[in-house]
Design a protein around this ligand. Structure first.
Ligand SMILES: [Zn+2]
Length: 162
């Protein structure tokens, strides 16, 4: 299997076989939005509280009315870690890669990797935009960092184990 990321739409991290099911009944609104370039996330239809992706009832008011809507695709790094993983045939990246827990301006939290390969985790509190990777043709959220942030930085003060 080639590890060259050359074709448009080929992900830098995962083999296309790991594409999520865009028609998953719980997460279909997320993937449909991502395909349009929008970050669509669930909130409570009664009180507006930001919900976790697969949350079915509101923590604040117990409502089970879940409303999916586009949110501003921006936030900050809440925590981040660098993963060293080789899984031939599934993980195509040959270098360590960051996994980032992003606290979005909308109040949602979302775990993702970066839009472009990066050997180290971004700094905590770093502002990020949310872009989209394509894994086997399915768009998935990814943290977009500025060019300056893409340079390798010493890991000692940037890695956090959640
Ligand atoms: Zn609520």
């Amino acid at each position: 299997m080639s590890t060259t990321v050359a074709d448009v739409g080929e992900d830098w991290l995962l083999d296309p076989a790991l594409a999520p099911n865009a028609h998953d009944p719980l997460l279909a609104p997320l993937y449909a939005g991502a395909a349009r370039g929008e970050l669509v996330l669930p909130s409570c239809g009664a009180c507006g509280l930001a919900l976790e992706l697969e949350q079915r009832a509101c923590d604040r008011c117990d409502s089970t009315d879940v409303v999916w809507a586009a949110v501003v695709p921006a936030g900050a790094v809440h925590s981040a870690t660098t993963v060293h993983r080789r899984e031939r045939g599934l993980v195509v990246a040959t270098e360590p890669y960051p996994v980032v827990d992003v606290e979005l301006d909308s109040g949602h939290r979302l775990v993702m990797t970066t839009l472009a390969p990066q050997r180290s985790a971004p700094a905590i509190g770093r502002a990020v935009r949310i872009g989209f990777r394509s894994v086997g043709g399915v768009a998935v959220p990814a943290a977009e960092l500025s060019a300056a942030e893409l340079s390798p930085v010493p890991p000692s003060d940037t890695e956090v184990t959640p």
